[in-house]
Design a binder for this molecule. Structure first.
Ligand SMILES: Cc1cc2nc3c(=O)[nH]c(=O)nc-3n(C[C@H](O)[C@H](O)[C@H](O)COP(=O)(O)OP(=O)(O)OC[C@H]3O[C@@H](n4cnc5c(N)ncnc54)[C@H](O)[C@@H]3O)c2cc1C
Ligand SMILES: C[S@@+](CC[C@H](N)C(=O)[O-])C[C@H]1O[C@@H](n2cnc3c(N)ncnc32)[C@H](O)[C@@H]1O
Length: 589
């Protein structure tokens, strides 16, 4: 990864001519006035996109230059119109990030892509440097927005992911040779499938020669409108796409770790059996009444900080899917300025100038009358109802849940995996296994640390509508109680409620919120275990060299932040696809 801080993104430096932007840096236009017809002619028709979307195969497209997303939106429209049941993977790279207002200003002129624009803007949030993955599950599209200089971001691709179509759209090659270098053309060659095609608005001779040298048959076609010519072409070789056979995967544990992996795998060609030793799903650490997304980060360019930021941003988009609407509350999360460390942090966050992500409310009294400190509000995030979320994640038809199954170990039969349970005989064979047993991961890693924690429910106020973080957090009401989290005990014997810890937790929050009441006699409490590694990295690792056996967990206090991206990463590893995490980070998991 680059050493740029993940949230310090660069926006476009543009001049407007009406609603058409042009780039000041390269003194070039982004597109011609009749842009949708230009895109149809230069990119969609030249690559025979409409017919290929109806071919009954998954398709992947790589674009150099995301700009304001018009190529993406037109492609998305074509994909939705094709009614394909397969998957579209669209990867686009840019070193600049458009603002929502810019995308709206440009796309408002084109009613025909209204639906696609709305879909994009619903999820185009918390964008950071690096890989931003957005899954549009309702239309079977996965979109990777690689934010970074092209020379760097091409290294985030892995050899598993090959592309069928290339859009080369990186400004005039004479003005911006970096987007057309030998390395870029080599990348096109290396990551092309047999039969892949490309097109570009440019007709530069060196691009034509470069693509021919790399095995493409290149055509110089009449250009669109003001342009005389443009290039397109295809690699020789027949398109070989095998129909993959369905794989059977077993997952152990129905907490957020196991549920997220199962959900992400359910979108691939897999049948998933998930096993839980309790009589209910999600009764371990993931069984608290509510859980907040945790947006805290520091300003270091360390891998741990990257994973925290990437996971948070991914989760904040992931939970927005329609199917999770009863389980996720996109309220925002606030940090109350209660101590000098938090004050300094809030100050630095505001210096990032990410008004799309953060807002400062000085002397805020809108949440509780007696809350006087400044409040940093992280906008695009919220809190989840864990049990509801996990049951939604396990809803797809190709996931089968087995309760009261207590996993002991596994054995291998050739390339297949067989499971041994304490209390059941289960003779099925699997192609892959994911062990996501929470604190049970201690069976595989000796150096994990376990801490006991309580979450306590008392009636504080109906006006708390979003998680309030200070030293711990206060959550909105569920079952007429606000939930306070969490206590920490490194030394503990069992998970009995420790009333001394609960009362201290209430006292601490009363003090943070300037509440002068006595600790109530009646409160509800739940105790559970957090599992962490010494370095605080979550675990998402293959443990059998020759078989698909993975261990996932050690999510510490950030289970609902880590779960979605880690689930996607494991699914990508297992199905040999592009991960939302670059290998420079995933090697630490
Ligand atoms: C007090 C407290 C408050 C917290 N608050 C938050 C918060 O606000 N936000 C947040 O993001 N995180 C929070 N966390 C952390 C979060 O709860 C955990 O990181 C997360 O739940 C861990 O998920 P998991 O799936 O790895 O483990 P678990 O949820 O423990 O899931 C493991 C599952 O595996 C099953 N299992 C175990 N062994 C076996 C076996 N042998 N066979 C079959 N099944 C088995 C268990 O029954 C369990 O269902 C909190 C934690 C605590 C303790
Ligand atoms: C012509 S515009 C792309 C228009 C876009 N396809 C659309 O549909 O809106 C070219 C894009 O290339 C990006 N770009 C230029 N040089 C780059 C570089 N070195 N690395 C990454 N992106 C670059 C620019 O920021 C710009 O957004």
């Amino acid at each position: 990864m680059s050493k740029a801080f993940a949230l310090d993104v660069q926006n476009h430096n543009i001049k407007w001519d009406g609603n058409i932007p042009s780039c000041l840096e390269f003194q070039d236009i982004f597109f011609q006035a009749d842009v949708l017809s230009e895109i149809k002619y230069v990119y969609l028709d030249a690559n025979n996109v409409s017919k290929r979307f109806k071919s009954g195969f998954d398709i992947s497209i790589f674009e150099f230059g995301f700009g304001f997303g018009l190529n993406f939106l037109c492609t998305l429209k074509e994909w939705i119109d094709s009614k394909s049941q397969k998957k579209l993977t669209y990867v686009s790279v840019d070193n600049k990030v458009p603002t929502i207002q810019e995308i709206e200003k440009i796309t408002d002129q084109f009613k025909s892509i209204d639906k696609e624009k709305e879909l994009l803007l619903k999820f185009f949030k918390n964008v950071h440097n690096g890989i931003n993955k957005i899954n549009f599950d309702s239309v079977n599209v996965e979109f990777f927005f690689l934010v970074g200089n092209v020379n760097e971001s091409i290294h985030w691709l892995n050899d598993f992911q090959k592309f069928d179509i290339w859009f080369l759209d990186g400004f005039d090659p004479k003005k911006n040779p970096e987007m057309w270098s030998e390395d870029i053309l080599d990348t096109v060659q290396r990551f092309s499938r047999a039969g892949s095609t490309f097109s570009t608005f440019s007709s530069a001779g060196f691009i034509k020669r470069g693509m021919i040298e790399r095995g493409f048959n290149v055509k110089k076609r009449k250009g669109f409108n003001l342009k005389r010519h443009h290039l397109c072409g295809e690699t020789s070789g027949k398109i070989i796409k095998s129909k993959s056979s369905k794989r059977r995967i077993a997952v152990i544990g129905t907490g957020i770790a196991g549920s997220c992996v199962a959900y992400q795998l359910s979108k691939e060609d897999c049948d998933i059996d998930i096993f839980e030793h309790c009589s209910e799903i999600s009764d371990g650490a993931s069984g608290n009444p509510l859980a907040a997304l945790y947006p805290k980060f520091n300003f270091l360019t360390t891998e741990l900080n990257y994973i925290n930021i990437f996971s948070f941003c991914y989760a904040s988009r992931f939970y927005l899917f329609d199917q999770f609407k009863d389980a996720y509350f996109p309220s925002g999360v606030s940090f109350i300025d209660t101590n000098p460390n938090l004050s300094r942090w809030i100050e630095k966050v505001m210096q990032l100038n990410r008004a799309d992500m953060f807002e400062l409310k000085k002397n805020s009294s809108d949440v509780l009358n007696n809350l006087k400190g400044a409040k940093l509000r992280v906008k695009n995030c919220g809190y989840v109802d864990p049990k509801k979320m996990n049951s939604k994640l396990l809803e797809p038809d190709n996931i089968k849940i087995f309760k009261n199954y207590s996993f002991i170990d596994y054995s291998k039969q050739k390339s297949k995996i067989m499971l041994n349970f304490k209390n059941k005989i289960h003779e099925e064979l699997y192609d892959g296994l994911i062990i996501a047993t929470g604190s049970g991961l201690c069976n595989y890693f000796q150096d994990l640390s376990l801490t006991k924690g309580h979450i306590v429910g008392i009636d504080i106020s109906d006006s708390i509508k979003e998680p309030l973080n200070s030293n711990g957090y206060v959550l909105p009401k569920k079952d007429n109680k606000n939930w306070l989290g969490g206590s920490y005990e490194a030394n503990f014997i069992d998970l009995e409620i420790n009333h001394h810890e609960c009362k201290n937790l209430i006292k601490k929050h009363f003090s943070n919120l300037n509440i002068e009441e006595k600790v109530p006699v009646n409160y509800e409490a739940r105790a559970q275990v957090r599992t962490s590694t010494a370095e605080k990295f979550p675990i998402a690792r293959r443990i059998e060299k020759d078989a698909n056996v993975f261990v996932v967990g050690a999510f510490g206090s950030r289970g609902f932040t880590y779960g979605p991206i880690i689930g996607d990463h494991i699914s990508a590893e297992m199905c040999q696809k592009m991960s939302p995490l670059p290998s420079s980070i995933s090697k630490y998991l």
